[in-house]
Every structure is written in C-alpha cells, then in structure tokens.
Design a protein around this ligand. Structure first.
Ligand SMILES: Nc1ncnc2c1ncn2[C@@H]1O[C@H](COP(=O)(O)OP(=O)(O)OP(=O)(O)O)[C@@H](O)[C@H]1O
Ligand SMILES: [Mg+2]
Length: 452
C-alpha cells in the first residue's frame, strides 16, 4: 500500500466506524504526516496557517482514535495504521482459499522486501504493542534528579519533530548516559524496538550493524540494511561512547581511519526518510554532525551541562550539612554530577559532611580524584591544542578570537580552528559580552593546569 492507498483505507475505516469522512485538508495532513512531514511543511504545502493545521490535526487524531479505538497521535499514526492495515488484509487473505491469491498479489507491503510471511509475522506483533528492548549493554546508573528541561527538549525533538539523528555531547561524567536511559524509560512505548550499544570496545561498523540486524529481525524476516528496519518499524538506537572512534592527538571529532564509514552511516540515518531515531552520545561534538545539523532539519545536537540547583537533591540524599553553602559548592564544581560525587565522598570522609569546613580555603580548589578525569580529556589533545590550552590557563579574563598567544607561531585562521576544536571538546566556553563573543577555559581545567 502506498501513502495514498493507506490514507484512503483509513478514510474508509473512519466512515465505516463513525459515518464521517475525513475532510480534504485532514487527508492532506494525514498524508503529510505519513511521509514524515512536520506541520510547518504541511502548512507550506496547503497554504493554511500553522495554527489552523494544528487545530485540524487535533480533530484528525481524535477522529482516527475513535475509529481505530487507539490513542492515535502524530508520533504513532503511521505505525498504527500500517499495522492495522497489515492485519486486516492478512485476515482477509486468510479467509480466502489458500491458492486463490499468491504472495506477489498481496501487495500491501510497507516496502519492497515485505512478503506475506512478513505480514503474518507482523500481525502477531501488531497485537502485542510491547516494545522489544535490549539494554543489556547499558550501565546501571543512579538517576533520580533533575534534567526535566533536557528530557522535554529531547521528547519534543523525537516525538513531535521526528528528529532522526540526535547527538548528546558534554564532558565525561556530566550525565549523558544517565539522561538517555531516563529518556528511554519515558518514551519506550512510542517505539517498536529500542537498543543500546556502546563503542567502548571499538566495534567495526559492520559488526555493529550485524548486531542491530540480529536484534531487529527476531520478529520479522531479515532485511538488507539497517535503514530498511528504520523505515519499517519505529526503532530507537542509542550508540554511546562515540568519542572512542575519534583520533587522539588530532583536532576534536576526527574519525580513526578504519572507522570513517560510521560518518556515512550517521549521514544516511539523518538524510533518508524513515520513522526511527538514532541517538549518539559523545564527549566531543563531531564536525561532520555539526555540518549536518546546519543542512538537515532532522539532525539535532544537545550540549549537556551541569545539573544546577538539581544537584542539591544529591547533597540531601547523601546527608551533606550547611545547606547555605550548597550553591557555592555547585558553582565551584559546575553542577557536574561525576565531579560532585567525588567531592561529596571527600566531604563526608574528611569533613564529617560539613560543606562550610570543606570550603574554608577559598584560594585552593580541591580536585583530588577529579584530576584523573580531567587528564582523560587532556590526553586527547593535539600538540597545538595543548599549547593553546596551557596559555589559556594563564589568562585572567576571557579572550577575543584575535587575541592569540604571542609566543606560539599561529595564523589567525589556525588559532580559530584550535579554539573551535577545544569548544567541541567542551573545554573552552563561549562568553557573550558587550564586546561580542569571547572565550575562556573551563575553570576546573584552569585550576588543574595551574597546579600541574
Ligand atoms: N541527574 C543526575 N542525578 C544524579 N546523579 C547523576 C545524574 N546524572 C548523572 N549522574 C551520576 O553521574 C555519574 C556520571 O553519569 P554518566 O555516566 O551518565 O555520565 P556520562 O556523561 O555518560 O560520562 P562518560 O562520558 O564518561 O560516559 C554517574 O554516577 C551517574 O549516576
Ligand atoms: Mg556515558
């Protein structure tokens, strides 16, 4: 069934169930959404205001929900209608004598690889909406606090905007994996398949693809490419620790030679039409994804920063004292949960939980075991990045982009490239002031480089 046929079939079902037909605008909205267009595109194609399309869309979902006795919305309409159509026609086929219709005549396929056998497999799937989930490779992480705004941004991107490729990046230990696992727990029913894999052990792309295919084809016939599964079903794939396939000693986000094909794969997911989502997690923002984000509206990037106020819930749970000093502690350690966990242990062990005692010496920032975590970031830097970051550590104020170090041979263009790379690694932050954009080194890295 193509989109027009599916929309006509849905209209017939609505008429059969409710006695009403879809209006021509409702049909256009339905067909647009079935082709993964968002309301902005549908509005442009139909010449109505966004609000009007939104209102008509809401009426459409209500009508379809009534007719199909399911909670139908923009995010799930395609998978529900396809599954309903597949099982209806499967029942119809079964009701005929077995030889009267050959497989090739049963052309209700969602794509060219689907056969009657596929439909039989899927008809059982359509009666069991529980998603198939594989989080066996995911770490078990403590996550109780905050991140409400990040979660709602990600939900909006995934469920409303149908974003195909999302990159979550931020410093190591900032909570990228924890946030993603929390997100999964909140949106899992919107997907047919959810799988988490890490690139910790540097799997070649072909190995990863085979693992994904094995997972997807448990309840259906094997398909040639991952993108085929992405089209056929709502799949959510999480690839963590993507920074592992980037080079050491080069600028940020440069793929190791044997892993360059990952970039093409990510690009294919972002630019092909499908109903799934790939989430990449990395401590470096890859430049190829940055370019994609500019060119392709189905690609989004989330820069994850500290927990802010929400970190106080961790202090409370751990029984820290001196609540009036908690803001200071959060500010010093940037609300970074990984760093704060280390500091909390020290405060409990050596200061009996008293934050005010720990903060007595204001001039000497305690780093302790955080140093090893900072070093993990620094050892990835190129030679020039190293020189520039050491120079940045000596600066008392944010620097302008042409304010390069006098003792290092660097063209303006090269200096800009180095600052850009350090920004992609989350080590250098942009500061917006009256004099425009300035840059400064993350204060903890600055403190560490100055005592190193
Ligand atoms: N919102 C949160 N509330 C409480 N603890 C958190 C939160 N987010 C993360 N943590 C804790 O912080 C630590 C680091 O989190 P996580 O492993 O998710 O970081 P990460 O960014 O994925 O790090 P890496 O890049 O090293 O994989 C974990 O111990 C986790 O339990
Ligand atoms: Mg992680």
């Amino acid at each position: 069934m193509n989109i027009k046929e599916l929309s006509k079939w849905a209209d017939d079902q609505v008429f059969h169930q409710t006695g009403n037909r879809l209006s021509s605008l409702q049909k256009s909205i339905l067909e647009g959404v079935l082709q993964y267009q968002d309301f902005c595109e549908i509005k442009d194609n139909n010449g109505y205001s966004y609000d009007h399309i939104k209102r008509e869309g809401a009426k459409l979902w209500k009508l379809l929900s009534e007719a199909f006795k399911e909670d139908i919305k923009q995010s799930n309409v395609r998978s529900i209608l396809e599954n309903k159509a597949a099982s209806t026609i499967y029942n119809f086929v079964n009701s005929l004598s077995s030889n009267t219709i050959s497989n090739s005549q049963v052309n209700i396929c969602r794509n060219k690889y689907q056969s009657l056998e596929d439909i039989q497999n899927q008809s059982s799937y359509s009666q069991n909406p529980t998603p198939r989930i594989d989080l066996t490779k995911a770490p078990e992480l403590n996550y109780k606090y905050g991140r409400n705004s990040e979660i709602s941004t990600l939900k909006e991107w995934i469920l409303e905007n149908h974003t195909r490729l999302i990159t979550i990046y931020g410093l190591s230990g900032i909570g990228k994996t924890a946030l993603t696992l929390k997100l999964i727990s909140e949106i899992q029913t919107e997907f047919d398949y959810i799988i988490y894999r890490s690139l910790d052990n540097l799997p070649k792309l072909i190995t990863l693809k085979n693992e994904l295919k094995q997972f997807f084809c448990q309840s259906q016939n094997p398909l040639p490419e991952i993108i085929d599964y992405f089209r056929l079903s709502r799949c959510l794939v999480i690839i963590d620790d993507v920074d592992n396939i980037f080079q050491f000693g080069n600028l940020a986000g440069q793929y190791l030679t044997e892993y360059k094909d990952y970039s093409k794969f990510f690009q294919q997911i972002a630019t092909s039409s499908h109903q799934s989502c790939l989430i990449l997690i990395s401590s470096e923002k890859p430049p190829d994804i940055e370019t994609l984000e500019i060119e392709n509206k189905h690609t989004k990037t989330l820069y994850l920063q500290g927990l802010g106020e929400d970190a106080k819930a961790i202090f409370k749970e751990k029984g820290l004292k001196d609540e009036d000093k908690w803001d200071e502690l959060i500010k010093l350690y940037q609300g970074h949960p990984g760093w704060l966990n280390i500091i909390i242990l020290t405060i409990i062990e050596f200061f009996n939980g008293k934050v005010s005692l720990f903060l007595t010496d204001k001039d000497d920032l305690f780093l302790g075991d955080i140093e090893a975590l900072l070093e993990n970031h620094l050892e990835r830097l190129s030679e020039l990045e190293n020189k520039v970051i050491n120079w940045l550590a000596t600066q008392n104020k944010p620097i302008g982009i042409f304010q390069k170090p006098a003792d290092i041979e660097l063209s303006n263009a090269r200096f800009l490239q180095i600052i850009q790379s350090l920004t992609r690694r989350c080590l250098v932050e942009k500061v917006l002031g009256e004099e425009g954009v300035k840059f400064q080194l993350n204060s903890l890295f600055k403190a560490y480089l100055n005592i190193k």
